[in-house]
Ligand binder design. Structure first.
Ligand code: ZN
Length: 192
């Protein structure tokens, strides 16, 4: 939702991500094994436990997709691990997310917006409608960008009722609160 500046990939991940990806692919192809994704263990710690704090810090503890504040959070595979097993440990495929956004599961479309892309900016694609509490595709964006915004809103369900309610509450009650303490950062970004 807001742009994410991706920190440098930890060396231990760089050294192992291909191997772990291949291993998960093999598991998926074996009909005798359960095919759910389970994080590998590195030096006695699960990889997600090591990565989550790094990813969460990169978004100042916000979900990369809906921007809600996350307490614990989870790691979202942007390209789903079930269809892209080789990318299941690829640094650029991993995002900090809330558990609701992670429910997108295996849904994926190439036009989904990726919040760590160099040219990604909230207002290039979206607008926050403070009257309805909804996120909308920016009507000034070109057709392709609007389609991408709409697809992202749809797949991550960015206008789910509880989000709308929380955003409106944020808009009403967090005006005087420091930006880093607000649950949603984009609701105060002015239209251009
Ligand atoms: Zn979320």
């Amino acid at each position: 939702m807001m742009k994410m500046e991706r920190p440098q990939q930890p060396n231990w991940l760089k050294e192992n991500y291909k191997k772990w990806g291949r291993k998960f692919k093999k598991k998926l192809n074996n009909p005798n094994l359960k095919n759910d994704f389970i994080w590998a263990i590195h030096h006695r710690t699960k990889v997600n436990v090591k990565l989550l704090p790094i990813l969460r810090n990169a978004t100042f503890k916000h979900c990369a997709f809906c921007d809600d504040k996350i307490k614990k959070g989870t790691i979202e595979h942007f390209r789903p691990s079930s269809d892209y097993p080789r990318l299941s440990y690829a640094w650029y495929n991993l995002f900090p997310a809330c558990s609701d956004c992670q429910e997108k599961n295996s849904e994926f479309k190439g036009e989904l917006l990726k919040p760590d892309k160099e040219d990604y900016e909230f207002l290039r694609y979206y607008l926050y409608n403070a009257t309805s509490g909804e996120i909308e595709a920016n009507p000034k964006a070109n057709e392709q960008d609007q389609t991408r915004a709409k697809t992202t809103i749809e797949i991550y369900k960015l206008n789910r009722p509880e989000l709308i309610e929380d955003r409106m509450d944020c808009f009403e009650n967090y005006k005087d609160v420091a930006a880093d303490k607000r649950p949603f950062r984009f609701v105060f970004i002015r239209k251009v």
